[in-house]
Ligand binder design. Structure first.
Ligand code: AMP
Ligand code: ZN
Length: 456
C-alpha cells in the first residue's frame, strides 16, 4: 500500500499521483472491441496494457477491490455489413466474434474483466441519458436523429485540445444538413429497414439505434457510476470518441469530471509500416497464436512503454521468445516468492514495463548465480505480470514439438551423451552434442539434468 502509483493523464497532460475515489472499489473502464471479425494485433495492445494495470491495481488495493469494465460494441454499421455479406444472423456473428476474442485474449494471459457489458443490453440506459440531455438543453431532435449540441458545452474539446476548425475537418465527424453546428454528433439515429432497431426516444416515430459514443457513457454509468477513476483506450479514441463520452456524461450528470485519469496507449505498426490489409502486413491475434505462444506476444508488447509507438517485428518476437525460454528455465518449478520491489516501483511509474524487463534481467542474473530468493522473486514478478501460465516442462515441450525432429531419437542421443559423460568420454559426448546441433537441437545442462529445444 505504500506504493506511490503515478499515471499519465491525457486530460491534464501530466503524470499525477493516483488517488482513487474509493480505495475499496477502484473503477476502471476501457473501450472494448467492435465484434465483427477477428481482433488484430493492434487491438491486443490496449487489452494487454490495461490488463497489466488491472493486475497492478489488484495487487495494490486487493483483488476484490477493483472493478474493471470493458465493453463489447455489438451494434455498428460494420457488423450489419459483415452479417449481410456472410448471410448470417447479426447475433450469431457478434456471439461468434466475441467468443473468438475471449479465447484470443485469454491466450495472451489477460484476465477477464470484472464486467463485459454488451451495448445491445444497455439500450434503456442509453435512452435515459439521451432524455436527460434533451431535457437539459444539451441535445435536440432533427430529422429522426438526436444530436448532441456541442456549443451548449463551453469547455468541449479539452481532452483532445483541438482547434474547432480541425474538429470539423476531423475524419470521423459527419457533416449533415440537419446539424445545427457541424461539430454536433449523433446520439441516436433512425434504422434503415433490416437493420437492428429499438423504440426511439423523444417521441421519434421511426425505430432507431444508438450512436457509438453514447454506448460507452451508458455502460460506464451503469457499472461504475457517474464519475469513476480511470478511463482507457487507444490514442485514436481521444477524438472524437472520448471527447464525446466526456461531453455526454458530464452534461447528463452536471458534473465536472467523467473519469479522473484518461489513459491512452500508442499505436502499433508492423515492421516499420502502418498495418493494413493492402500492404499484406495485417495480422490477427488468432493467426499469430498459431506461430507464437501467447506469452511471447504479451512479452513483446510489454517491451515498449505503452505510450510509445511500438514497431512489431519478427526479430522482436524471436528475442522475446528466447528471453522467456531462459526465464522459464531459470524459474523451473519455483513457487511462492514476493514480487521484486524494483518491479513494483517501475510499474508504479506510469506502467513502465520497459524498465520492469530491465530489472527482471538483473534479477535473473542473480538467480542464475545461485541466489534462490532472486529465483523466487523472478517467479513472483512474472506471475504478477501475467506470465508463467505454463509449467517449465510444458513450456520447454513447445520447443520440442517442431516438425521434422524425432524426439525419441533426440532423447536416446541425450541418454548416450549422459552415459559418455559419466564415463568421462568427453570426445564422444562432444560428438553427440555436435550431431544433435546438426539436427537443430540445442542442449541445456543443469544440476537437474539435460534439457533440449529446437534452435530458432
Ligand atoms: P476498434 O475495434 O478499431 O475500435 O479498436 C479497439 C481498440 O484497439 C481501441 O482501443 C483502439 O484504440 C485500439 N487499436 C486499434 N488499432 C490499433 C493499433 N494499430 N495500435 C494500437 N491500438 C490499436
Ligand atoms: Zn468507448
Amino acid at each position: 500500500m505504500a506504493l506511490d502509483l503515478k499515471l499519465y493523464d491525457t486530460l491534464t497532460r501530466e503524470k499525477r499521483e493516483f488517488v482513487p475515489i474509493d480505495p475499496r472499489n477502484v473503477r476502471l473502464y476501457v473501450c472494448g472491441p467492435t465484434v465483427y471479425d477477428f481482433a488484430h494485433i493492434g487491438n491486443a495492445r490496449p487489452v494487454i496494457v490495461f490488463d497489466v494495470l488491472f493486475r497492478l491495481l489488484r495487487h495494490i488495493y486487493g483483488e476484490s477491490h477493483v472493478t474493471y469494465v470493458r465493453n463489447i460494441t455489438d451494434v455498428d454499421d460494420k457488423i450489419n455489413a459483415r452479417a449481410a455479406e456472410r448471410g448470417v444472423d447479426i447475433r450469431q456473428l457478434t456471439n461468434e466474434t466475441y467468443e473468438n476474442f475471449k479465447s484470443d485474449v485469454a491466450a495472451l494471459g489477460c484476465l477477464p474483466p470484472t464486467v463485459e457489458p454488451r451495448a445491445t443490453e444497455h439500450i434503456a440506459e442509453m435512452i435515459a441519458l439521451i432524455e436527460r440531455l434533451i431535457a437539459s438543453g444539451h441535445a435536440y431532435v432533427a430529422e429522426d436523429h438526436v444530436l448532441f449540441d456541442v456549443p451548449s458545452m463551453p469547455d468541449y474539446g479539452k481532452l483532445s485540445n483541438r482547434p474547432l476548425d480541425e474538429m470539423v475537418a476531423g475524419a470521423r465527424v459527419e457533416v449533415a444538413p440537419y446539424k445545427r453546428s457541424p461539430t454536433d454528433f449523433v446520439l441516436w439515429k433512425p434504422s434503415k429497414p433490416g437493420e437492428p432497431s429499438w423504440t426511439s426516444p423523444a417521441g421519434i416515430k421511426t425505430p432507431g439505434r444508438p450512436g457509438w459514443h453514447i454506448e460507452c457513457s451508458a455502460m460506464a454509468w451503469k457499472h461504475l457510476g457517474e464519475t469513476f477513476d480511470i478511463h482507457g483506450g487507444g490514442i485514436d479514441l481521444v477524438f472524437p470518441h472520448h471527447e464525446n463520452e466526456i461531453a455526454q456524461s458530464r452534461c447528463a450528470f452536471h458534473s465536472d469530471v467523467m473519469a479522473n485519469y484518461w489513459m491512452h496507449n500508442g499505436f502499433l505498426q508492423v515492421e516499420g509500416e502502418k498495418m493494413s490489409k493492402s500492404l499484406g502486413n495485417f495480422f490477427t491475434i488468432h493467426e499469430l497464436l498459431a506461430d507464437w505462444p501467447g506469452e511471447v506476444l504479451r512479452f513483446n508488447m510489454l517491451r515498449t512503454h505503452y505510450r510509445q509507438p511500438i514497431d512489431w517485428t519478427v526479430k522482436g518476437l524471436d528475442e522475446s521468445w528466447k528471453t522467456l525460454d531462459d526465464w522459464y528455465w531459470v524459474v523451473g518449478d519455483t513457487t511462492g516468492g514476493t514480487v521484486s520491489g524494483k518491479v513494483l516501483e517501475a510499474l508504479a511509474d506510469d506502467l513502465n514495463t520497459h524498465q520492469v524487463i530491465t530489472v527482471l534481467h538483473q534479477v535473473r542474473n542473480r538467480a542464475q548465480a545461485g541466489d534462490d530468493s532472486a529465483r523466487a522473486e523472478l517467479a513472483a514478478s512474472l506471475r504478477l505480470l501475467g506470465f508463467l501460465n505454463e509449467s517449465a516442462a510444458q513450456w520447454a515441450a513447445r520447443r520440442q514439438s517442431s516438425p521434422g525432429v524425432d524426439s525419441a531419437k533426440v532423447q536416446s542421443l541425450i541418454d548416450a551423451r549422459t552415459a559418455a559423460r559419466a564415463a568421462r568420454d568427453f570426445k564422444e559426448s562432444d560428438r553427440i552434442r555436435d550431431e544433435l546441433a546438426a539436427m537443430g537441437v540445442v542442449l541445456k545442462d543443469s544440476k537437474e539434468g539435460t534439457t533440449w529445444e529446437i534452435a530458432r
